[in-house]
Ligand binder design. Structure first.
Ligand SMILES: [Zn+2]
Length: 227
């Protein structure tokens, strides 16, 4: 028996046939430098898509491939055993905006407007930028970032335009930070119950109140119901 050792795919753990090509995980990926079979190398689902400037073609980052040539890379951050998200890193770009696109939420259209407007203005002003979309463990939520070249004047210019666009699209309207953790009806109801007592503009206010008041808050809700 010829003892020519066959390689084992680091991903599916299948043997890579003698006649089959061997791939190695791209630099700055989870499988960096590890042998992979063709299917695992190419068919690994992207965890991030990077769009440079006005490009509508994504450069993907998966656990095996990195089409950004190392401009960007990702690491999984677990928030608990069930949930997490991919954190994006770069040495040459700096993140100036980060949010999450929530499917079917009111903020979806606002973020689309912000996206379109930033692309327009950054292109006009010759700012080099990239957008990064990342997968999360919640299928309804996608990470959405804007990055610009890591140069102080670029970051400053881009930041000023960002502030202008945020005002244009009403980014800070509290409606966009509700309906995420609490359904809107419940949120409105709690706002009503606590009106005049606590100021609750968005879900963060409510969460803060919950963590500060704890059990007492539940009592207050029950008391208000008995009236
Ligand atoms: Zn494989």
């Amino acid at each position: 028996m010829s003892k020519k050792s066959r390689l084992i795919c680091a991903c599916c753990e299948g043997e890579i046939g003698i006649d089959e090509p061997v791939y190695y995980g791209d630099e700055k990926t989870y499988y960096e430098g590890k042998p992979l079979c063709e299917a695992c190398y190419f068919e690994d689902e992207p965890v991030a898509r990077v769009y440079y400037g006005r490009d509508d073609y994504p450069h993907i980052i998966s656990l095996t491939r990195n089409e950004t040539e190392g401009d960007f890379w990702v690491k999984w951050k677990s928030t608990d055993p069930w949930r997490g998200y991919y954190e994006v890193y770069s040495d040459v770009f700096s993140r100036i905006f980060s949010d999450a696109i929530l499917a079917y939420h009111e903020s979806e259209q606002m973020l689309k407007d912000l996206n379109d407007r930033l692309i327009e203005l950054y292109s006009e002003k010759g700012i080099e930028f990239a957008r990064v979309f990342t997968r999360t463990s919640n299928i309804f939520s996608t990470g959405f970032d804007f990055w610009v070249r890591k140069e102080p004047e670029e970051i400053l210019k881009a930041g000023l335009i960002l502030e202008q666009v945020k005002r244009e699209v009403n980014y800070d309207d509290p409606v966009y930070s509700t309906g995420i953790l609490f359904d809107r009806e419940t949120f409105k109801e709690l706002q009503r119950i606590f009106s005049g007592k606590y100021q609750i503009r968005d879900e963060m206010d409510l969460l803060k109140l919950v963590s500060e008041r704890g059990e007492d808050l539940v009592k207050e809700i029950l008391e208000s119901r008995q009236k």
